[in-house]
Design a protein around this ligand. Structure first.
Ligand SMILES: CC(C)(COP(=O)(O)OP(=O)(O)OC[C@H]1O[C@@H](n2cnc3c(N)ncnc32)[C@H](O)[C@@H]1OP(=O)(O)O)[C@@H](O)C(=O)NCCC(=O)NCCS
Length: 160
């Protein structure tokens, strides 16, 4: 039995252990971490899944910007390796997208389009953006359901 809860309601150390399991301990060198360096997590869009003992899934969202335009960075999205393929990733994504308010989109993430396209994310529109570290253009994904005009070129980074 699992429960979806606000991220702020679970032990932060348990979330870090989950992220180590899902991404490895060298995860802090990833470009996605540089994008939101120094930013506070957005609490109303961030969730965890617990099984009563452990944190087995989490999603975190962060304030970022491309040029002067505010965006929300989604990720990391993580499910414990022994719980993957049971729908928890879907639950986390739907919880976060379902909690958005008009000011919370567009959203951006670095992730596999083969998975995140089902939630409406695509690399369309991000091809001219630059990031503070290495990235695969096909994995820089945008969710922009209101088709808000975005800059064709610009540096993605923390929202200052
Ligand atoms: C990616 C991840 C969040 C998905 O969560 P999950 O709970 O395992 O996935 P779900 O059970 O919701 O969905 C399962 C479906 O997604 C597919 N899927 C899972 N990861 C995928 C990926 N990286 N690429 C393509 N499809 C993927 C499965 O094949 C399965 O497909 P099906 O419905 O056709 O059978 C999870 O596997 C994970 O934490 N992976 C390691 C960390 C990671 O890569 N995070 C994403 C980058 S931020």
């Amino acid at each position: 039995m699992t429960h979806l809860v606000p991220l702020s309601s679970v032990d932060a150390g348990r979330v870090e252990e989950l992220l180590d399991d899902a991404f490895g301990r060298d995860r802090f060198r990833r470009t996605a971490y540089m994008l939101r360096q120094g930013m506070p997590v957005i609490e109303h869009l961030s969730f965890a899944v617990t099984d009563g003992v452990s944190v087995v899934g989490s999603i975190q969202c962060w304030p970022v910007a491309v040029g002067n335009l505010p965006l929300i960075l989604v990720g990391p999205v993580a499910v414990s390796p022994d719980r993957q393929g049971q729908g928890l990733g879907h639950s986390l994504m739907h919880a976060s997208l379902g909690a958005t308010q008009p000011s919370d989109v567009p959203m951006v993430m670095i992730g596999d389009p083969e998975y995140y396209s089902r939630f409406g994310f695509s690399a369309d529109g991000t091809g001219g953006w630059t990031l503070p570290g290495p990235w695969e253009p096909r994995r820089l994904l945008l969710y922009n359901p209101q088709a808000i005009p975005l800059p064709e070129k610009g540096m993605l980074g923390p929202r200052l």
